[in-house]
Write a protein that binds this ligand. Structure first.
Ligand code: GLN
Length: 491
């Protein structure tokens, strides 16, 4: 399809001005989904009927000359761990196959209020645990750049859907990298906001001290526009940051001249894929010519991140997932006549996949009497070191620039060993541990066996630094064409 609006900004503007209807926009995307999603598998559930009703309401508002909202007519998909009233939220798990959300998440409510058209929910790793979406109980999601490769995870369905043009925006959640890493693997923009900047009310918890909801989009400007709707205080989330929402598009314009950009030498390891380090160097050069002051810095706690995250994450998960026992929540075993404890055990063993069970066992272990001090308490102390190092660094630099992941998207099955999968999160988990923000944007591409693959550049910023990291991303995108490449499987 020729010159139709494709970005969030362009769609919202065209719908508000009556140049296209929300219904037309929705139908383009529904057609793309029916043409491509059979191969890609991004969607767990497409809700064409409710989406059509939402689009018609937007069109009626525009016809009456009323404000249709900042996201008027923008089709948005939600990761399948974010609640939409009356729809399932499976979290990629059999145990929640029949769960129906009794209420809207705060982000769902805010998107509705902004005129967005919610068109369905996307596949993810079970309970958001994973880096490839291979742990989804309901099927595989393929990377639109190369269907032999994973889209990343855990928000793989959201990332692949945006990359393939099935939606201009999707929401994901990021506990240790699950927005930034799939954004990197699929060649799009993915923002993990500061802890508390976006309400977690209605997000099924994995590790609430690190979970954050954020947007996947093609451009940083789109992320800024969507964040303006998503962010801000919410009394229903007691970890909500007591700070105003982000400033939207207005925050992107100021020039970068004089901005201090640190490049952590620990992130530019020789073990990284050579293309990855080149991509970061090229981005650094581009920022230098925009007037930024680029300097190498140290992030010495980088090496502690994975160990700390894989103690804290499972500990919190083991406690959160206790509610899925076949009685309070979740599918109950069909085996008759079981006493209470065997019934819990059977329901959980049948309903939960291998990775979720592994995390529950790890978490229960590190929290148990006798091991608590050695693991959980120690990990909290390490968390403090990581937090403090970032805080010190952000007195001498404004943002940090580095790779999102050490390599491009991998092939299905190539990280079957859980430890090797965990190590993929090396450059992303520390932001969650420290509660800071970070965005991944596409850099120059690399090539594998004749197939072009995207690489992610990560820009991390301090607490409440979303406007700054998005401004840096926006200027980089204005000065390059890295974000404009379209994958072979796309609309
Ligand atoms: N890959 C990480 C994990 O498996 C991060 C997941 C996430 O951010 N939800 O825990």
């Amino acid at each position: 399809m020729g010159d139709r609006p494709r970005t969030v900004c362009d769609i919202a503007q065209a719908v508000q001005q009556g140049e296209v209807t929300a219904t037309e926009v929705l139908e383009w995307h529904l057609r793309a989904i029916s043409r491509l999603d059979g191969d890609l598998g991004c969607f767990q559930d497409v809700r064409a009927d409710t989406a059509r009703a939402m689009a018609e309401r937007v069109d009626a508002d525009v016809r009456r000359g009323e404000q249709a909202g900042p996201l008027a007519g923008v089709p948005i998909a939600l990761k399948d761990n974010i609640m939409v009233e009356g729809e399932p939220a499976t979290c990629g798990s059999r145990i929640l196959e029949n769960f129906v959300s009794p209420y809207d998440a705060t982000v769902t409510e805010r998107l509705r209020g902004a005129g967005a058209v919610l068109l369905g929910r996307t596949r993810c790793d079970e309970f958001a645990m994973g880096s490839s979406t291979e742990h989804c109980a309901f099927g595989v999601v393929r990377n639109p750049w190369d269907p032999q490769r994973v889209p990343g995870g855990s928000s793989g369905g959201s990332a692949a859907a945006v990359a393939a043009g099935l939606v201009p925006c999707a929401l994901g959640s990021d506990t240790g990298g699950s927005i930034r890493q799939p954004a990197a693997f699929c060649g799009i923009t993915g923002l993990k906001p500061t802890g508390g900047r976006v309400s977690r009310w209605g997000l099924v918890s994995f590790a609430p001290s690190m979970d954050q909801i954020g947007p996947f989009t093609r451009t940083a400007a789109d992320a800024a526009l969507v964040m303006q709707t998503l962010s801000g205080v919410d009394a229903r989330d007691d970890t909500s940051a007591d700070a105003p929402g982000t400033a939207g598009l207005d925050a992107l314009q100021a020039p970068l001249k004089g901005l201090r950009v640190g490049v952590p030498v620990e992130h530019m390891s020789d073990d990284n894929d050579a293309g990855v380090n080149n991509a970061v160097d090229t981005a650094a050069d581009a920022l230098r010519s925009l007037g930024c002051d680029i300097k190498p810095v140290h992030l010495e706690t980088t090496d502690l991140g994975i160990a700390c995250y894989y103690v804290l994450g499972p500990a919190e998960a083991s406690s959160n997932l206790a509610r899925f026992d076949g009685i309070r929540y979740g599918r109950r075993t069909s085996r008759p006549d079981l006493a209470l404890e065997p019934l819990y055990a059977a329901s959980r063993s049948e309903g939960l996949g291998e990775e979720a069970r592994r995390r529950i066992m790890l978490g229960t272990y590190v929290l148990s009497a006798g091991y608590y001090d050695a693991y959980y308490k120690r990990a909290l102390q390490v968390r403090r070191l990581i937090h403090d190092e970032y805080q010190r660094l952000f007195t001498s630099v404004d943002v940090l620039l580095g790779p999102t992941v050490s390599a491009p998207a991998f092939r299905f099955g190539s990280h079957a060993d859980p430890m090797s999968m965990y190590l993929c999160d090396r450059y992303t988990v520390t932001a969650n541990i420290a509660g800071i923000c970070g965005v991944s944007i596409p850099g120059p591409m690399t090539e594998r066996e004749g197939v072009r693959l995207p690489l992610g550049i990560q820009i991390q910023g301090p607490v409440l630094g979303e406007d700054t990291v998005l401004r840096v991303a926006h200027h980089l995108q204005a000065a390059s064409d890295w974000h404009l490449a379209s994958p072979p499987i796309s609309d």
